[in-house]
Design a protein around this ligand. Structure first.
Ligand SMILES: NC(=O)c1ccc[n+]([C@@H]2O[C@H](COP(=O)([O-])OP(=O)(O)OC[C@H]3O[C@@H](n4cnc5c(N)ncnc54)[C@H](OP(=O)(O)O)[C@@H]3O)[C@@H](O)[C@H]2O)c1
Length: 246
């Protein structure tokens, strides 16, 4: 029987993945902070083992992931959060919160699962298509996800010789509690069920860089391939506020 560990399994994409893998007959280790949701998952699916801890707590993460009920062959590091910077006014505490979970939480998880990793395993890091193009208000979130993308590419280089595969996942907009808070238009947004399907299919195929939904992520990727000056001119047409005369 196949096994998967999923961080951020108490909400949105991770919760859907945990349940879909359990329905497919996988053994699932579901990680998150929300004990009520973890209990709900365990009550619904006998094959889900909950693990409750805060990924930003390095020592606790190490302890919680040291002894596992089984060794998964698939590790989906999905936990993350999003906060926006308004009007380009830097807020270091906000930046630290976002980096703490999206980047340090991710590396805490990687360090903790490292002793379990074996040849033939796959580690999937959930980034975002936001990392491919500088977007307004995404100074913190986009930068954190750019770090995740880089981390995935560098780890892939280092782990190839060990037979450990790395996938970086670049979702576009997915309807979850994370995006429910957004008040702006989210073009081509997909359901969490579709996101889970795309992720499971891509991981099954062994895709190294997994982008979905296809059309939206292609548009962003093409814009992201333009020289930075062109990107700036295009994006500022749509988003930059007009200069005010003093
Ligand atoms: N939704 C989108 O449109 C979209 C697009 C691109 C990328 N993504 C990425 O996809 C991932 C999942 O997003 P989502 O939309 O499903 O968000 P979500 O519904 O808000 O779920 C986030 C998950 O992360 C967990 N988490 C947050 N902080 C944590 C911490 N300190 N320790 C442990 N777990 C923590 C949460 O669990 P607890 O609260 O129980 O701890 C929750 O299960 C994120 O990395 C996000 O950046 C989402």
């Amino acid at each position: 029987m196949s096994g998967v560990l999923i961080t951020g399994a108490t909400s949105g994409i991770g919760k859907q993945l945990a349940q879909d893998y359990a329905r497919q007959g996988w053994q699932v280790i579901a990680c998150g902070r929300n004990g009520d949701v973890l209990n709900e998952l365990q009550n619904k699916h006998a094959s889900i083992t909950p693990l409750q801890f805060d990924l930003t707590d390095f020592e606790h993460t190490l302890v919680m992931l040291r002894e596992l009920p089984f060794t998964p062959s698939l590790w989906i590091l999905n936990a993350g959060s999003c906060e926006y910077i308004d009007d380009g006014v830097m807020d270091t505490k906000l930046m630290a919160r976002v980096m703490q979970i999206n980047v340090i939480g991710m590396t805490n998880a990687i360090e903790a699962i490292q002793p379990h990793l074996q040849s033939g395993h796959r580690v999937a890091l959930v980034g975002s298509i936001a990392s491919e193009l500088a977007l307004p208000r995404a100074e913190a979130y986009g930068a954190s996800k750019a770090a995740v993308g880089y981390l995935a590419r560098a780890l892939r280089l280092a782990w190839t010789s060990k037979g450990i595969e790395v996938t970086c996942i670049f979702p576009g907009f997915v309807a979850t509690p994370l995006t429910d808070k957004n008040t702006f238009d989210m073009p081509m947004m997909i359901s969490v069920e579709r996101a889970s399907q795309s992720i499971r299919k891509g991981l099954e195929k062994g895709v190294a860089n997994l982008y979905f939904p296809t059309r939206f992520t292609w548009i962003i990727r093409l814009l992201g391939m333009l020289p930075y000056g062109w990107q700036y001119r295009l994006m500022s047409r749509f988003f930059a506020p007009k200069r005010t005369k003093s």
